[in-house]
Design a binder for this molecule. Sequence first.
Ligand SMILES: NC(=O)c1ccc[n+]([C@@H]2O[C@H](COP(=O)([O-])OP(=O)(O)OC[C@H]3O[C@@H](n4cnc5c(N)ncnc54)[C@H](OP(=O)(O)O)[C@@H]3O)[C@@H](O)[C@H]2O)c1
Length: 242
Amino acid sequence: MKRAIVFGATGGIGSEICNELAEAGWSVYVHYRHQDKLAQAICSELMDKYPMQDFIPIKLDFDIDDSELEKFVANLLPVNAVIFSQGITKYGFLGEQKLDDISNILNINLTVPIKLTKIFEKKLITQEFSRIIYLGSVYGEQGSPLEAVYSATKAGLSRFCQAYAREVASTNLTVNVIAPGAVDTKMNAIFSAETLQDLKSEIPTGRLATGKDIAFWVKNILQPESRYFTGQTIYVDGGWLI
Ligand SMILES: NC(=O)c1ccc[n+]([C@@H]2O[C@H](COP(=O)([O-])OP(=O)(O)OC[C@H]3O[C@@H](n4cnc5c(N)ncnc54)[C@H](OP(=O)(O)O)[C@@H]3O)[C@@H](O)[C@H]2O)c1
């Protein structure tokens, strides 16, 4: 049975990734930080639709000790795909950010994904088929003012992915980044209707992406035929910035 773990599965993009993977025959660990009811509801709905597959809610706050990360991975059933769709941002000038907020963004978006990659590696490189995908951002290519730390984490993911993919390229593990433009999820809920309208008018396709627009690419990288595709960042931005 092919099984994936989707970190940030309670997010607007992560939940669509779960739907797409379930439809494609995957069993899924549905990761969450605090939205336990939503994770349970996603699993129940998918179990009703695809009763021959497993859907397991699993909690992990990325703000924990390294030893807990190791225990977390050791307790999982084997997985063929690890998808990092968790993430946070904080808008504002760098000079006005709290140092704790800077640490949090770096930790949740970049440091813990790298540590988890290291911990998962031993199992992933011995399998006949393994995939890692990180959710990056167009801001990893075009730094965004008021999101300087977030931009740095997304650029960091793309370069980490490029280097690490080469380290493991002789195994059956591929490593890639899907980098969205603006997606209609709660991450953008802080913006007023007027700001969102202005944003839409800047995007050549005239709208924000849906979670499904992004999940489509994740699903395709998880196909066995994508085995020669590694170390890449795919920008999915409706022609907006890249
Ligand atoms: N939305 C966009 O416009 C956009 C654009 C480009 C890139 N992206 C990237 O795409 C990914 C998904 O974004 P999204 O829009 O789906 O975000 P979202 O709807 O805000 O969801 C964020 C997810 O991250 C999890 N999370 C937050 N803090 C965490 C922590 N401390 N430990 C572990 N998990 C934590 C949340 O879990 P709980 O809900 O359970 O707390 C949730 O599942 C992110 O990496 C984001 O940077 C998004």
